[in-house]
Design a protein around this ligand. Structure first.
Ligand code: SAM
Length: 295
């Protein structure tokens, strides 16, 4: 079992407190990952409860399956969380009581060079959470049009100035296709003035890699597909907790809840990690937790 680089669960206490899990709840965790939150979730259930854990990353779901195989009410599935209703039906449930999403990427994914998620390591331009998916970062960088690449960097990476970056990608790929994270990193280096500031270079690399990752995994599309299903399959007392790491994710959720006739934010405002957590775990810094309940 992989034990290195395991993800530290973010806002664990806040999530568990707000989900208020009852022993007999049917709870879906759509981003089971390496089971950091699962551990605490399962402690709240007894044999009358049902846990459904989903992750599109085969390594993560295999790990969680093995880790929790002694729990009689834990069930893990390799899939996209946007298909969660399939597993409710499989377990003969018409709705869920609790639903949890911890969006984004795990420390394992980002720290493994061969997955290609990080600009800090040399690796293939992959970035697929689900390695069965046909589109990877290499396909996007070597085949997408100038306009599509520019939109991806603008909207997903929040890189307002991306003209030179896109021009350099197109110019380089005409000579030979981009293959590795280092190829992309070298292009980023040539595309901006960093005034010898390493932190600025690292921030820009993070924005570029984040943008490509969101496109590879169609992250916003899956959130958009899932939100209406949450409305349809939530029981009367349902509680949904969603951890987001990108302003667009939070915006999508806010927009959906605003027009929803049955769901509302409760509490109304967003919950953020404590100062201690932000200091101890830098990956928690951009986290926002939304709690959604039936009206
Ligand atoms: C931040 S990690 C979850 C970490 C987990 N809460 C823990 O503490 O171990 C996010 C996980 O969600 C998965 N994921 C992201 N988007 C997904 C989607 N649309 N469907 C299924 N899994 C997804 C990723 O593969 C990753 O393992």
């Amino acid at each position: 079992m992989i034990e290195k680089n395991i993800h530290i669960p973010i806002m664990l206490d806040e999530v568990i407190t707000h989900l208020d899990i009852q022993k007999n709840d049917c709870i879906i965790e759509g981003t089971a990952g390496f089971g950091g939150h699962t551990n605490e979730i399962l402690k709240q259930l007894d044999k009358t409860g049902l846990y459904i854990g989903i992750d599109q990353d085969q390594t993560a779901i295999n790990h969680s399956k093995e880790k929790f195989n002694s729990s009689p009410f834990a069930n893990h599935y390799h899939d996209n969380f946007s298909n969660f209703e399939t597993y409710l039906k499989k377990h003969k449930q018409t709705n869920f009581n609790k639903f949890f999403l911890d969006l984004g990427i795990s420390s394992y994914q980002i720290d493994e060079a061969y997955r290609g998620f990080s600009h800090r390591f040399d690796g293939p331009l992959d970035m697929r959470m689900n390695t069965n998916s046909p589109i990877n970062a290499k396909t996007i960088l070597n085949t997408y049009s100038e306009e599509s690449l520019s939109n991806i960097f603008y909207y997903y990476g929040e890189l307002r100035h991306n003209k030179k970056l896109v021009e350099n990608i197109i110019h380089n790929r005409k000579k030979s296709p981009l293959e590795t994270t280092t190829d992309l990193r070298n292009i980023i280096k040539k595309s901006y003035f960093f005034h010898n500031k390493r932190s600025l270079f690292m921030k820009t690399c993070s924005q570029v890699f984040q943008a490509i990752r969101i496109e590879v995994n169609q992250e916003f599309k899956h959130i958009e597909e899932t939100l209406p299903k949450l409305e349809s399959y939530a029981s009367n007392e349902a509680i949904i907790a969603i951890l987001t790491f990108h302003s667009c994710e939070d915006r999508l959720i806010k927009k959906f809840i605003k027009q929803s006739k049955t769901l509302e934010f409760n509490p109304k405002s967003v919950i953020k990690p404590s100062k201690i957590e932000r200091t101890n775990n830098s990956r928690s810094r951009s986290a926002k937790c939304r709690i959604i309940k039936k009206k």
